[in-house]
Design a protein around this ligand. Structure first.
Ligand SMILES: [Zn+2]
Length: 244
């Protein structure tokens, strides 16, 4: 039975952290556990919500209040709509809000999927100087006419990001998903991962929800996603790194 894990960090961006335009309550608490997990994984992917200034999910574009619901059309078939929450402007390309937090940037080299080489574990090495972890950046939300929650595709499933191909090219079997927020992009990415044949597990201490985390947890579990504690995941990764 093969086991090749990847750490998938969802939208750890300044706008979702304290002081950001769409801050997730206690979102900053995920940073420490994520930094702890980084050097343990051979493959690490970080996603960015990466919107143009006039994105369809922004309330400002529709002259509406943030957090109201609106039916948004399928970009390829206007007769189909889905009801969506409209958001404050957030994660606009080339703004501070779109960036990863400083503490994270200090520990990583951000690369694109074509330049990827697996990280060798620095956990068991005796050197005190740790190499930065290579982190593959996957952007979503840059097409202006559609919403994205899953990091694999837009809400209509019309545009697939490079994420699935990258993970399959690197023989990933198990995804450990962390980041923000648990009830939106983390949840939809995890459920989408299961549909695409990965084992998907959300790390409890390394995610926070906009709303009720219990509701999100229930939905994850009923859709075949597992939840794990940071402690248990550390044990699994210790074992994996000892044997590989
Ligand atoms: Zn967004």
């Amino acid at each position: 039975m093969s086991f090749r894990p990847a750490l998938l960090i969802i939208d750890l961006q300044n706008d979702f952290l304290p002081g950001g335009s769409l801050a997730v309550p206690n979102g900053e608490e995920v940073i420490k556990p994520i930094l702890e997990l980084l050097p343990q994984f051979p493959v690490v992917v970080a996603t960015k919500d990466y919107h143009p200034p006039q994105h369809i999910s922004f309330a400002s574009v529709h002259n509406q209040e943030a957090f109201t619901l609106k039916d948004l059309p399928n970009p390829e078939d206007e007769t189909q709509t889905k009801s969506h929450t409209l958001w404050p402007d957030h994660c606009v390309q080339a703004t501070h809000g779109c960036e990863f937090p400083e503490e994270f940037l200090k520990k990583v080299d951000i690369i694109n999927d074509a330049d990827f080489k697996p990280n060798t574990s620095s956990v068991s090495s005796n050197t005190t100087e740790k190499k930065p972890t290579n982190v593959v950046l996957v952007k979503k939300g840059y097409l202006p006419d559609r919403e994205y929650y899953s990091a694999f595709a837009d809400v209509w499933g019309l545009h697939q990001t490079e994420l699935e191909t990258f993970l399959k090219d690197n023989d990933i079997t198990d995804l450990f998903i962390v980041g923000l927020s648990m009830d939106y992009c983390v949840k939809f990415t995890a459920i989408d991962a299961v549909k695409r044949g990965f084992k998907a597990t959300v790390v409890q201490e390394a995610t926070r929800a906009m709303g009720k985390k219990e509701d999100a947890a229930m939905e994850l579990l009923t859709n075949g996603v597992e939840m794990i504690s940071l402690e248990k995941l550390n044990e699994i990764m210790d074992q994996y790194n000892d044997s590989s």
